[in-house]
Every structure is written in structure tokens, then in C-alpha cells.
Ligand binder design. Structure first.
Ligand SMILES: [Zn+2]
Length: 183
């Protein structure tokens, strides 16, 4: 399973976070690097060469011409929200000691409360899966999050064809500061 880590500085300031992960392109590059740490690999034929379909943000395999979205099969594919909103949600959710309400999260992200609730819910779901009900402090590792964040029933279950297992983990200091984000 492909893993890659993004190093969050200890106590990363919001300004610094914005500088590093503030644009959609930056976040997308992180996700692509996490998904294909050794470069593109076609999920259908294993082909390594590809072209990019820029307008639709897809990678097209040169061999079998299958088009793959870098976020397909990841938790990020479960909404139409930009990646940078997801990254900011991860940042805010892991920064605060007591956790923050979806109202507050929505305010900080500039999204509707229903979207904020969904982001928080999905992130917490994958963050908590590995460690039971532990809060988002200490080392939290997430494993095997599948497309849409759903794990049971239907074609979206574990090992469903064409689904890429996706790993995301946030490592924090005892104070709840994110240290490392693993995807
Ligand atoms: Zn292919």
C-alpha cells in the first residue's frame, strides 16, 4: 500500500499552513505524491506512462487509455469540496485541544455548517477507526479508508474492484498540534 508522509511542523501556524497548503494545486500535489509515491501506476494495467487530462484533472494511461482521478478511491472523492478545504479542515480539527464544533469549523472554512459537519464527521470517522474512541490527540492512524468513506455493504466495501485503499493519518503532539499528516 502506497504511503507517504507530509511533515507538519510542530505548532505549524495558520499562516505557514496557508503558505504550504493554501492552494488547490499544493494540496493536489500532496495527494498525488501520496497516492503514487513512485510515480503514476495505472490501476487497471499497471502501466507507468501517462498523460494528464488537465481540464478534468485526470491521468490517462498511455497503454490502456484508462483515465484515473488522483482522488478517486480517497476520502476526498466523497464530496465536491476542494482539496484545500479538506486540508484546512484537517488542520483546524487537529489544532484545537478541545475539538471544535461544526459551526465553528464552518465559520473558519467559509463553508455551510452542513458541509462542515460532513467534513468533520468523515475525518473523525477515519481518524477514529483505528483507535476506537480515542480523541484526536496522541498518535492517530487511519487505515483503509475507501471511496466515499464507506466500508460496509455494496460495491464500496473492502477490496471492491477498482477501489484503491487509502491511508490517512495525523500524528499530533500531546498538545494536539499536528506533527505529521500521512496519506
Ligand atoms: Zn492502463
Amino acid at each position: 500500500m502506497a504511503r507517504n508522509a507530509v511533515q507538519f511542523q510542530r505548532g505549524l501556524s495558520e499562516a505557514e499552513f496557508e503558505r504550504l497548503y493554501g492552494t488547490e494545486e499544493q494540496c493536489r500535489a500532496v495527494v498525488i505524491a501520496a497516492r503514487w509515491p513512485d510515480g503514476f501506476s495505472c490501476p487497471v494495467c499497471g502501466g507507468r506512462s501517462h498523460s494528464e487530462v488537465k481540464t478534468r484533472d485526470l491521468f490517462q494511461c498511455t497503454k490502456c487509455r484508462r483515465q484515473t482521478s488522483p482522488i478517486a478511491g480517497t476520502i476526498f472523492a466523497s464530496t465536491k469540496l476542494p482539496l484545500r478545504t479538506w486540508f484546512r479542515a484537517m488542520y483546524h480539527l487537529t489544532q484545537s485541544k478541545q475539538g471544535i464544533s461544526s459551526i465553528e469549523l464552518g465559520r473558519r472554512l467559509g463553508v455551510r455548517q452542513t458541509s462542515a459537519w460532513m467534513l468533520k464527521h468523515k475525518l473523525q470517522q477515519v481518524m477514529l477507526e483505528r483507535d476506537g474512541r480515542k480523541r484526536l490527540t496522541g498518535r492517530v492512524e487511519i487505515d483503509d479508508a475507501y471511496l466515499g468513506g464507506e466500508r460496509s455493504g455494496g460495491k464500496r466495501g473492502r477490496g471492491a474492484p477498482g477501489k484503491t485503499p487509502f491511508v490517512a493519518a495525523v500524528e499530533t503532539t500531546p498538545e494536539g498540534k499536528p506533527v505529521r499528516l500521512k496519506l
